[in-house]
Design a protein around this ligand. Structure first.
Ligand SMILES: Cc1cc2nc3c(=O)[nH]c(=O)nc-3n(C[C@H](O)[C@H](O)[C@H](O)COP(=O)(O)OP(=O)(O)OC[C@H]3O[C@@H](n4cnc5c(N)ncnc54)[C@H](O)[C@@H]3O)c2cc1C
Length: 76
């Protein structure tokens, strides 16, 4: 019970389809040993909300800006 499978993989290229997008572990699962997944999910939520507010009713533009802002950081 103390053996864990910790695996790495390439980043998910597409987060958004239509008006639906991903955040948190669904978009960028983080190894538990990094202890960063929870705060990255909170950052995603903040950036997503900020972009939705900035782009008023243009959800497509808001989701595009959100992904453009978050992917470089979460890929690193
Ligand atoms: C052992 C371990 C240690 C960790 N330590 C840290 C740490 O020290 N610091 C840190 O920042 N992060 C840590 N993390 C990572 C952190 O827990 C996650 O990155 C974070 O919980 C991700 O949040 P999330 O909302 O994206 O996903 P989750 O917290 O997984 O939330 C997803 C939710 O969706 C629900 N769900 C799934 N399918 C459905 C469905 N079909 N319908 C409705 N609901 C559904 C699930 O029940 C769950 O409640 C650790 C993780 C692990 C496993």
């Amino acid at each position: 019970m103390f053996k864990w499978g910790i695996h790495d993989r390439d980043p998910v290229p597409e987060w958004t389809r239509g008006r639906v997008t991903l955040l948190g572990d669904a978009a960028h699962p983080t190894m538990p040993t990094l202890a960063q997944g929870g705060n990255m999910a909170i950052e995603d939520g903040y950036v997503l909300a900020r972009n939705l507010a900035r782009h008023d009713d243009n959800v497509k533009a808001a989701l595009g800006a959100y992904v453009a802002e978050r992917q470089p950081r979460t890929r690193a």
